[in-house]
Design a protein around this ligand. Structure first.
Ligand code: GLV
Length: 329
């Protein structure tokens, strides 16, 4: 069996893998493999433990070869995998849902507060030696307690972000294709259309997967619907927000601020955003806690092992491949 891990992952996951397949192969460097390197490394592979930075498309799947059975992504999102291509080749794709829900929701809150209370901006000011005295007008931000939180996408992570608003006594609106009855019962959240949410919310937090239908869901038009005093938080996927439109809106006072953990062309960030003080930027680290990343790595390894052992991986995302796979193995 050839198993390839595309970058070092937390040791808990590597240990699980090592117990089952002591000879697995790994890129030892903490960097994304170039396309040519990835293609060379996965050739002849039975399983790949991939990251969201690895584009797993038809070419990669074909280069690996017909024996490839599993692509185990160490991420909850799997827009880096061409699922249709995997399915048509009988390759199982898996993700790591659940274990990163709270860490990601916590980060969304960290970003919300950082933007509302202007934390990075004021810290920079202080470190630059500019804090000369307390000032009645110094770094005024926006209130959080008692305001309205708008959740776009009330799945696992959106739900968790909404639940954490209880300590801040917030009114919660959510927009989703499906109703979330639990959220409504638990905290009286109200399902509304996206347009109403954008008009009403003081904080808009985005939690949708990246799909053709969610690309640029937040664009110049939607930003114009938001309050001038409102903040946008994105911990989902970069292309859900039109970055050029957001930079314009932040520059022109269309909204008060934003906080982003994800970007349209990672690792690049729109140059106009980098110039602005009213946007907080983190390098796609919403799930980056020691505990969470260890759980994600373990889960990805377990998915991979199950798939290779001919068992249905616990977190198979293309379930329709299961029957096909059984005839293949
Ligand atoms: C991170 O962005 C993930 O999808 O796990």
């Amino acid at each position: 069996m050839k198993i390839y891990v595309t970058q070092p992952i937390p040791s808990a996951g590597l240990e699980v893998l090592r117990r089952a397949y002591p000879n697995f192969q790994i890129n030892p460097e903490e960097r994304v493999l170039s396309r040519a390197e990835l293609l060379a490394k996965i050739k002849g592979g039975d399983a790949i433990l991939s990251l969201l930075t690895d584009k797993i498309d038809a070419e990669v799947l074909d280069t690996a070869g017909p024996q490839l059975k599993v692509v185990a992504n160490m991420a909850v999102g799997y827009d880096n995998i061409d699922l249709a291509a995997a399915t048509s080749r009988g390759v199982m794709a898996t993700n790591t849902p659940g274990v990163l829900t709270d860490a990601t929701a916590d980060h969304a809150w960290a970003l919300l507060f950082a933007a509302a209370r202007r934390i990075p901006e004021s810290e920079k000011f202080l470190r630059a030696g500019k804090f000369k005295s307390w000032g009645p007008l110094l770094f005024l931000g926006g209130d959080v307690t008692g305001r309205t939180l708008g959740i776009i996408g009330a799945g696992r992570i959106g739900h968790a972000v909404a639940m954490k608003s209880r300590g801040f006594n917030m009114r919660v609106l959510y927009a989703d294709e499906l109703p979330n009855a639990k959220l409504e019962q638990e905290i009286g959240a109200r399902k509304v259309r996206v347009e109403e949410l954008l008009r009403e919310a003081d904080f808009v937090s985005v939690h949708v997967p990246l799909l053709p239908s969610t690309k640029h869901l937040i664009n110049a038009l939607s930003l114009r619907l938001m309050k001038k005093t409102a903040y946008l938080i994105n911990t989902s996927r970069g292309p859900v927000v039109d970055e050029a439109a957001l930079a314009e809106a932040l520059k022109n006072g269309v909204i008060a601020g934003a906080a982003l953990d994800v970007f349209e062309n990672e690792p690049l960030v729109h140059p106009e955003l980098l110039k602005l003080d009213n946007v907080v930027l983190t390098p796609h680290t919403a799930s980056a806690t020691i505990e969470t990343r260890s759980k994600m790595a373990t889960m990805a390894a377990e998915n991979l092992i199950a798939g290779l052992a001919g068992q249905r991986p616990p977190n198979l995302v293309n379930g329709e491949v299961w029957g096909k796979h059984q005839t293949k193995s």
